[in-house]
Structures are given as C-alpha cells and as structure tokens.
Design a protein around this ligand. Structure first.
Ligand SMILES: NC(=O)C1=CN([C@@H]2O[C@H](COP(=O)(O)OP(=O)(O)OC[C@H]3O[C@@H](n4cnc5c(N)ncnc54)[C@H](OP(=O)(O)O)[C@@H]3O)[C@@H](O)[C@H]2O)C=CC1
Ligand SMILES: O=C(O)[C@@H]1CCC=N1
Length: 269
C-alpha cells in the first residue's frame, strides 16, 4: 500500500492521519513532519505514527501531503526542492495555492494534485475536491481518490474552480457550526437549558443532513414540508429573509472565495 507523509500535522493534517488510520491504513504506512517536539511526541503517542524530517519523508513516502498554512509554504518548498524526485506525488491541501506554484519551485516535473478537503475528514465524512497539476497523470488522480475515498467523498473539478470550492466546502463546515451555535443561543434566549438546547439543535442538524443525503429531495422541497400554512416555521423564515440571511450567505461565500484567490496571488512571483 502507498506510503504517505503529512507535512504539517495541524488540524487538517491530524484529521487526515486519524481518518486514514480509521479507514484501515497501518501506522507504518504513515509519517508526518512537525516543528515542535512536544506536539510530535503527543501525535506519535496517540496514533503510533512516526515523526520524520523532510528528506526522510521524501525518501520513504511516495505521497507527500502538504498541510501547512498557505502563509508557511515557502520554507516547506525550500526544504523539498533539493531532495524531491518525480517518484514523489505532492498533494497540496493549502487554500489558494495553485499547482503552478509547486511546479515553479520544485524541480524534475514533480506531479502535483491540489485538494480542498474539510474537517469532517476526522469522522470519515470529508468532502475532498481534487484537481490535477500539469505533471499529474490520470493514475495520480486515481491514487489520490483512493486515499481520500477512505475518509469521505471525493470529486474532481478544474483547478480554476478551486477557490470557489474552498469557499463552499472547505470552509463550509464552519458556517454550519456557526448556525448551530446561534440556534443553541436562541434556545437559551427562550429559557431552554443549554444541554437540552444543544441536544435539540444538534440532532435536528444530524437529521436534516441525513434527509438531504438520503432522500435525494431538493432542499426547497424538504423545507416546504416543514413549513405549514400560517404555522410557526414561516414566521421564522420571514425573519430570516427580513434580516437578509440569504444575501449574507452569498456575500460571505464570495468573500471566502476572494480570500482564497488572494492567498494564491501572494505567491505569484
Ligand atoms: N482547517 C480546515 O478546515 C482546512 C484547512 N485546509 C488547509 O490545510 C492547511 C492547514 O490548515 P490547518 O490544519 O487548519 O492549520 P494548522 O495551523 O492547524 O496546521 C498547520 C500545521 O503545520 C505546521 N507547520 C508549519 N510550518 C511547518 C513546517 N515548515 N514543517 C512542519 N510543520 C509545519 C504548523 O505548526 P505550528 O502550529 O507550529 O505553526 C501546524 O501544526 C492550510 O493550508 C489550510 O488552507 C484545507 C481545508 C480545510
Ligand atoms: O479558513 C481557511 O483558510 C481554511 C481553508 C478552508 C477551511 N479552512
């Protein structure tokens, strides 16, 4: 089985390690790099996966998953450039960073696949969206689909759509968490104990997500089925529309897309 090194084991890097282990990969097939010895030791203790330096990752792993913040990419590219070979496949999870950045900074036509995952990877429910760079073959895409398929759903898009994808599904879980948080607050406002409000709202979110995933019905149809004539739901919907929640979501997701583009532009030269 393919050996995978995660370069930068923060939130998404750890989610990937954890998800791959839960999906059946062995600790010996995984490794990670990490700046702080204390965090490295904690991760090794928790997952049984070894911490390595970049040359070891390049030597021992076919797939190098870059999971540092976009702002931290330059030192990683500097470390990779002298040691990387075309037998390595670079899989970038970094928001905004185009495959052309890696192709420009790394030698030997190294293949690169750009991926936008999301944190539900931690529970095997990621949405990962992949795009091939210039030197990535169909086999490389299949390999990335196989790896990420063990931690959720995977689809391919042209790389030109990745900034929009980042705003939709990359950041998407945060919008749902924000909504849940606000709805729990509404429960508090109405005098419901916090633990009860949390139970009501989280199970409603889980149930609504399951209906969306399992029924194949359009969200509008599902919402209409909850919205009785002159009932309670339509009163709430009127307030949501009056406060511009739909327009706020459109503007929010557009702003996230713009930020992803900006992160890429910062590395153009
Ligand atoms: N969080 C998310 O929901 C998603 C994130 N992403 C992308 O994933 C990437 C990581 O995000 P996230 O996990 O949230 O960020 P984190 O800051 O949690 O993780 C990045 C990790 O990389 C480490 N790191 C930085 N530089 C190096 C280096 N030179 N060598 C080894 N390790 C290094 C950081 O260490 P230190 O803490 O010491 O700086 C940190 O542990 C980003 O590019 C982001 O765009 C993509 C989709 C979703
Ligand atoms: O907020 C961010 O920049 C990262 C990318 C997508 C989700 N989190």
């Amino acid at each position: 089985m393919t050996t995978i090194a995660v370069l930068g084991a923060g939130k998404i890097g750890e989610a990937l390690l954890s998800g791959l282990l839960s999906g059946g990969r062995l600790p010996e097939q995984l490794m990670f790099t990490e700046r702080y010895a204390e965090r490295a030791a904690a991760l090794t203790k928790q997952y049984g996966v070894r911490v390595v330096d970049v040359p070891t990752a390049v030597r021992d792993a076919e797939v190098l998953v870059v999971a540092v913040k976009p702002q931290d990419i330059d030192p990683v590219l500097d470390e990779l450039a002298p040691v990387i070979s075309p037998r390595n496949l670079v899989v970038s999870l970094c928001a905004g960073l185009p495959t052309s950045l890696y192709e420009r900074k790394l030698p030997n036509d190294v293949p690169v696949v750009r991926v936008m995952p999301n944190t539900p990877m931690l529970v095997g429910q990621a949405m990962s969206v992949i795009s091939a760079g210039r030197h990535a073959s169909p086999q490389h895409l299949v390999l990335v689909e196989e790896i990420l398929g063990t931690v959720g759903e995977v689809i391919r898009v042209p790389e030109s759509q990745q900034d929009a994808v980042t705003a939709l599904s990359g950041s998407g879980p945060a919008y749902f968490f924000f909504l849940v948080e606000a709805m729990i607050d509404a429960g508090i406002l109405l005098g419901i104990p916090r633990n009860v409000a949390e139970k009501l709202i989280i199970q409603s979110a889980v149930g609504a997500a399951a209906m969306l995933a399992q029924t194949g019905e359009h969200p509008v149809t599902l919402r209409e089925a909850v919205t009785s004539p002159a009932g309670t739901t339509i009163m709430a919907i009127r307030e949501l529309e009056r406060h511009g929640v739909r327009a706020a979501l459109l503007a929010a997701i557009e702003a996230a897309r713009d930020r992803s583009e900006e992160l890429g532009k910062a590395h153009e030269s």
